[in-house]
Design a protein around this ligand. Sequence first.
Ligand code: AMP
Length: 273
Amino acid sequence: MKILKTIEELKQIRKTIKKDKIGFVPTMGALHDGHISLIKRAREENKIVIVSIFLNPTQFLPGEDLDNYPKKDAADIKICEMCKVDYLFMPESSTMYEKEEVLIKAPNKSYILEGASRPGHFDGVLQVVLKLFNLTRPTNAYFGKKDAQQLSLIQQMVRNLFLDINIIPCDIVREKDGLALSSRNVYLNKEQRVQALKISKSLTKAGQLIGKKEFDVKTIKNAMKEVMCDLDIEYIEVVNKNFEPINTVELKNTIILVVARFNSTRLLDNLWV
Ligand code: AMP
C-alpha cells in the first residue's frame, strides 16, 4: 500500500491507471468495522482501491468537535494495509483548500434534518467529496446508508453535475447489541452507552410494526418515542428516498431517521424499509 500526502502524488498515480476499475472510499479516519465493510466491498468489486482519510474542516460548524475528533492515524494505516488497499490518501487541510474557494451549494433539502442543526454542513461535505472525486476519478464510490441524507445529496450531486461515477450505498454495520458503529461512540460513557441502545431498539420496533402492516407514520413515531422515552431525541423523521416527509410508509421507498443527543454527542441511526 502506498500512502499519498500531496495532490501531485495522487495525480501522478491516477495517470498510471488507465482502464482498471477504481473503487474509492472517502472517510474521516478513526476507522471501525463500518468503514471496513465499505473498503472490503470496494476490494471485491474493483482492481484498484483508493481510501482517503481527511478530517474535512469545512463540514464542521463552529463549536463542533473538529478539534477533538478521534484521530488514529497509525491504527488506520494498519487497517488499510490489512484490507489490501492500494492507495491511502491522507492530505493536510492546507493541501485541500485555498483561503477562499469556489463553493458548492447543496440544495434546500440539505437544510432539513441533519442540516437543520448543522446548517452549511452539507455544503462542506459536497465540496470535499467533489474535490476527492475529481482527484481519484473512481468507477465506484462507496458510502454508508448510516449517513442517509449525505448519501442522497451525493447521489444528487453526481446526477446534477453529470459525474460518471457509480455511487454504491452500503448497509449499516452495528455492534452485536444493535448500536450503529460510529467514530463518535467513543465519546459515550458507560451509562450513555447502555442508554444509546434504545436508538436501534426504536428502529427495530418500527420495523416490527411495519412487518405487521402498520404504515401510519404517526403511530410508528409514537411507538418509537415510547422506546426512547427518557432520551434527548433531536428528531424522528420518516421520509421517502428523495427526503420528502411522508405520512404513510411506502415499502422500498422509506427511510426512518433518528438522532438522539448525549450531551454534545449526536448519534444518528436509520432504517430503510
Ligand atoms: P466518516 O468517516 O464518518 O465520514 O464515514 C465514512 C463513510 O463510512 C461514510 O460513507 C459513512 O456513511 C460510512 N459509515 C460510517 N459508519 C458506518 C456504519 N456503522 N456502517 C456502514 N457505513 C458506515
